[in-house]
Design a protein around this ligand. Structure first.
Ligand code: HEC
Length: 139
């Protein structure tokens, strides 16, 4: 009886360890969303007269799926009633509020169906916020 139980227990532990691994959260350094080179970002940079510090945010905006719901300078599509963000910077929401909204949209705007982007990390959220704040409309 004991002879059988031990290998069975060892096997069970191995299986459990395997399960634990598959549900582990990815390391913080894992590139979940990277700035994506697109033909759009250079156009936005010109049309909106964006400063250099907004470049990474523009590439993230193009690569993170924001344009699945938002329009921006003629790019993207409107879904779930999401607002056009071409001139979002004119509202002067501020970097801190923009970051908080991206982390938890419904915490800032109750009932918001926009998904949380907290998983992309504070650094990228800040870069997105800098881009949003610099977006003051097309020239
Ligand atoms: C699945 C659809 C969806 C996606 C994807 C999405 N949004 Fe939104 N977003 C919304 C909706 C709906 C609203 C209006 C409700 C609200 O303000 O949260 C909104 C509002 C906003 C606002 C305005 C907030 C305000 O206070 O007026 C900003 C800025 C914004 N989104 C940025 C982004 C950025 C940046 C991304 C990509 C990282 C993104 N959104 C991705 C649906 C989306």
């Amino acid at each position: 009886m004991r002879r059988l139980a031990l290998p069975a227990l060892a096997l069970l532990l191995l299986v459990l360890a395997g399960c634990g691994q598959s549900t582990a959260t990815p390391p913080a350094t894992m590139p979940i969303i990277q700035p994506t080179p697109t033909h759009e970002a250079p156009v936005w940079r010109y049309d909106e007269n964006l400063p250099a510090r907004a470049t990474r945010g523009a590439l993230l905006f193009a690569g993170a799926g924001c344009t699945a719901c938002h329009t921006y300078d003629g790019s993207g599509a409107i879904n779930l009633g999401a607002p056009d963000l071409t001139a979002i910077g004119l509202r002067h929401l501020g970097i801190a509020l923009e970051v908080r909204h991206l982390q938890c949209p419904s915490c800032v705007n109750p009932g918001s169906p926009m998904p949380s982007f907290a998983s992309i990390g504070k650094k990228r959220l800040r870069e997105l916020a800098i881009f949003l704040e610099a977006s003051k409309g097309t020239r």
